[in-house]
Design a protein around this ligand. Structure first.
Ligand code: PLP
Length: 374
């Protein structure tokens, strides 16, 4: 062993952390391809033909640096959401933007509040920046907005994270509930409202804070959106946030200037304009959720209500869920399970195509004959 690396204290103290084991890792481990890929909440409906064409045309321009301002995309997003250009920031997925937000709002040792077991990448960034994670348990499988607001007050946190609709539980809070939450948290604390799954949500989860022009939303609410879900561009890595222009200005001081490559920028721009495509994907997800509910029904299992592109199938307990998951992966069927209670009694299954659901249903039925029924 050579001399210790001169790491910063925060990084030196970090535990090993892998927020997600990718499906490719399972393929490498098992030495074969997965049959279905229903674990990462990607879109089984592919990408818009317009996006494909734009991206293919942009390949040959890859010798040029990308526009660091992502000007055309930012402009189109500002129009789509009825906000000023200066209130939009494009990044390499919501994941990158979450890291930047933690960086500017949470110092070492400071409390940051989120639901226990909610989107792991946020917890990853919080820990990675040396801030202290304060978690609040789900109540009845839903984000406990009252509990989160109380925890903010108790700890004096300056940053709180809520995904609405939520990952991993899939549930949603109404616009009125979110708005009450914003009031309860108060103006001193920044609220990240992660709306990665907003396209799939029922109308009641929208309105007010969620869809009102940002000018009318309180200045401490930062909304994050992505092209990874309904637009099917997860591998292109494009997300954005809508926030007060002061916040966007600060983020521009620390962001990776060339982080969103030019192929991704043009693809997202074309996809944004292809509203028919996105509407078809959303329809496909709604009917796919219903198909998965029927699969669960057929096996005597309960499917939790979802406003996302995935469902949670309650298999009756954490040990059972882990066993089933292991069997499914072994059968080359990639799904995931929430990491902690109450979701860890479930298998989390992304909506796929009917043929994917058939393979999943058969593999789950088979796995259920092999595991302890309790
Ligand atoms: C709640 C939530 N936020 C953000 C993301 C990631 O978004 P992006 O692909 O834009 O980084 C996900 C992906 O699963 C998610 O579930």
């Amino acid at each position: 062993m050579g001399p210790r690396l001169p790491l910063t204290p925060v990084v030196g103290d970090l535990p090993e952390m892998v927020p997600f084991i990718g499906p490719e890792t399972f393929e490498r481990r098992q030495g074969r391809k997965l049959r279905v890929r229903l674990g990462a909440n990607e879109s089984a409906f592919g990408i818009s033909p317009a996006a494909r064409e734009a991206m293919q045309a942009a390949v040959q321009d890859s010798w040029m640096y990308n526009d660091p301002e992502a000007y055309d995309l930012t402009e189109a997003l500002s129009q789509a959401h009825g906000v000023a250009f200066e209130q939009v920031l494009v990044g390499a997925g919501i994941d990158e933007l979450l890291g930047l937000l933690v960086r500017i709002f949470a110092d070492r040792g400071e409390p940051v509040v989120m639901s226990n077991g909610s989107y792991p990448t946020f917890a990853y960034h919080t820990t990675g920046h040396g801030a202290r994670l304060e978690t609040v348990d789900y109540v009845d499988d839903q984000v406990d907005l009252v509990g989160l607001a109380v925890r903010v007050q108790e700890t004096g946190a300056r940053l709180v994270y809520v995904a609405n609709p939520d990952n991993p539980m899939g549930g949603w809070r109404t616009a009125k509930q979110i708005s009450d939450f914003v009031d309860a948290v108060g103006p001193e604390c920044m609220i990240i409202l992660d709306e990665a799954y907003a396209d799939f949500a029922p109308q009641e989860a929208k309105g007010c804070v969620v869809t009102q022009p940002l000018a009318l939303a309180p200045g401490n609410v930062i909304r994050t959106r992505t092209f990874s879900k309904a637009h099917g561009l997860a591998g292109a890595r494009v997300g954005y946030l809508l926030a007060d222009r002061e916040i966007v200005d600060v983020l521009k001081k620390v962001r990776n200037q060339f982080g969103v490559n030019r192929i991704a920028q043009v693809g997202a721009l074309a996809s944004l304009a292809d509203t028919d495509f996105v509407a078809r994907v959303v329809d496909g997800v709604w009917s796919g959720r219903e198909q998965l509910r029927q699969v669960a029904d057929g096996l005597g299992l309960n499917c939790l209500a979802s406003a996302t592109n995935f469902v949670n199938i309650d298999v009756g307990g954490g040990a059972r869920a882990r066993q089933l998951l292991a069997y499914l992966i072994e059968a080359d069927v990639f799904v995931r399970m929430p990491s902690s209670s109450p979701g860890d009694r479930c298998l989390r299954v992304t909506v796929g195509r009917p043929a994917d659901h058939e393979i999943f249903a058969a593999a789950l039925a088979d796995a259920m004959t092999r595991v302890d029924p309790s």
